[in-house]
Design a protein. Structure first.
Length: 291
């Protein structure tokens, strides 16, 4: 099984470290955080020097890895030595997210790229509305956009920011957050099947999930067509299904998808805003998908 990897992007001060802390403290997954240099994550004193990385043990038993050598070599070293359930790559100072996506998909056969998550600072967006080249790429490359610090701006300003973000990236779902508090089932988990409510001081965003059992077999061509026609409210889909006679793990987020050989009971978990009302419609489409 491939090791899932999440790319975390966002300009300085947007909330990347805050989100990393939130993930580490609220999941039982064994996380490896990879960055070009150690940030402000709470770390213990134990330090291990590797050939391509320096490792410090984080709270909750996770590790933070400072990149010393090439990116590909560093990732392989983390997988070999620490066998994490997931790697979170913070992009600051390493490379642009779009270039990293190409490197991971082309060169790292042991990695499954789960998502590119970009954090947008609402307050900075309002005070400095000109979008630079790096920020544009971060937004454009994202599968999920977290609009953070919405408590520092007005509701009208939030609506205006969302309009701009949708013009740059019409496919990525936009989740409004304060202090990067977000339901981790939405970002990380497959084993979900109930309704979630993500509360902020502005309003409630109802993240709903449902599970559909699947049987039979499909092809990559039919799967691609099915995913291209998903309602825009659905932005994450994970699960197992038979593709071309083989059991595969499917990961879909924000318009981008991949499959890898898996071994699991065949079912699909759909995640999105207010999607329970679409379950019957999608169930019919799933039946058409499977031969």
């Amino acid at each position: 099984m491939k090791t899932p990897l999440i790319i975390l992007a966002g300009y300085l001060g947007s909330g990347k470290t805050t989100l990393l802390k939130h993930i580490i403290r609220n999941t039982d997954k064994k996380i490896a955080v990879l960055m070009n240099e150690f940030g402000e994550i709470g770390i213990d004193t134990d330090t291990i020097q590797g050939e391509n990385i320096t490792v410090k043990e984080l709270l909750e038993g996770c590790v933070c890895c400072s990149l010393q050598g090439e990116f590909e070599a560093g990732v392989k070293e983390i997988i070999t030595n620490y066998s994490p359930d997931m790697i979170i790559l913070e992009t600051t100072g390493i490379a642009e997210a779009d270039n990293l996506v190409l490197d991971i998909e082309n060169d790292l056969i042991d990695i499954s790229l789960e998502a590119v998550i970009t954090i947008v600072d609402a307050d900075i967006f309002v005070r400095f509305p000109t979008i630079g080249g790096n920020t544009w790429i971060q937004i454009e490359s994202a599968n999920i956009l977290l609009l953070n610090k919405i408590d520092l701006v007005s509701e009208k300003q939030v609506e205006e920011i969302i309009m701009v973000l949708k013009k740059i990236n019409p496919k990525a779902p936009i989740i409004q957050t304060i202090n990067c508090v977000v339901d981790l089932d939405v970002l990380l988990s497959v084993e979900v099947g109930h309704k979630h409510t993500i509360s902020t001081q502005k309003k409630d965003h109802e993240m709903e999930t449902f599970t559909i059992e699947v049987s039979g077999n499909t092809t990559e061509e039919k799967l691609d067509y099915f995913l291209s026609k998903l309602p825009s409210e659905i932005f994450r889909l994970k699960g197992y299904l038979n593709v071309s006679g083989k059991n595969n793990l499917l990961n879909y987020v924000g318009g981008r998808w991949l499959i890898e050989q898996g071994q699991g009971r065949n079912y699909l978990v759909f995640i999105g805003e207010g999607i329970l009302k679409k379950k019957e419609e999608i169930s019919v489409k799933v039946e058409d998908l499977m031969l």
